[in-house]
Design a protein around this ligand. Structure first.
Ligand code: SF4
Ligand code: SF4
Length: 145
């Protein structure tokens, strides 16, 4: 975790709420010190990798830990550590109105009930590509900026 919902630092960011340097907490090492042998990391933007990592952990006896490792995107943009290279859009003809992308919960995915079609709000999309991975008809595609 590199930021909390209010963008304040966490024990893993190496600084406290006043911006002073502190020792960075390594969650993996803490878990191992507590006796958790099965510790895995996965990129939450990669849905398949995340799913496989969680499923693998579920098959392991005893305590286990899966770390979803990625910097908070809004924080990374704010700190100029990340600039979206691609954005996404919906090809309307391919959209079957299943709303899977809407249920996913990204605020950039919007739905037009009158047309039964989804869309991506370009002012909110950060280019993670997760909705595109979810879409059953591959209606959500990259737009190179
Ligand atoms: S997941 Fe794909 S098909 Fe379903 S509503 Fe979203 S864009 Fe349309
Ligand atoms: S690519 Fe990511 S940020 Fe953009 S609409 Fe899809 S889920 Fe949201």
């Amino acid at each position: 975790m590199r930021a909390l919902t209010g963008h304040q630092p966490s024990p893993t960011t190496g600084e406290d709420a006043r911006g002073s340097k502190i020792i960075k907490l390594d969650i993996e090492r803490v878990a191992k010190a507590l006796g958790v042998e099965h510790v895995r990391k996965a990129d939450p933007w990669n849905l398949k990798e995340m799913q496989n990592t969680i499923e693998e952990a579920m098959g392991v006896e005893g305590p286990k830990l899966v770390i979803a490792e990625r910097v908070c995107t809004l924080q990374a943009i704010r700190l100029k550590q990340y600039k979206p290279k691609v954005m996404y859009r919906v090809i309307e003809e391919k959209c079957i109105g299943c709303k899977l992308c809407i249920e996913f919960g990204c605020p950039a995915n919007v739905f037009y009930a009158e047309r039964n079609k989804a869309a991506v709000d370009p002012s909110l999309c950060v280019g993670c590509g997760m909705c595109a991975q979810l879409c059953p008809t591959k209606a959500i595609v990259e737009v190179v900026q």
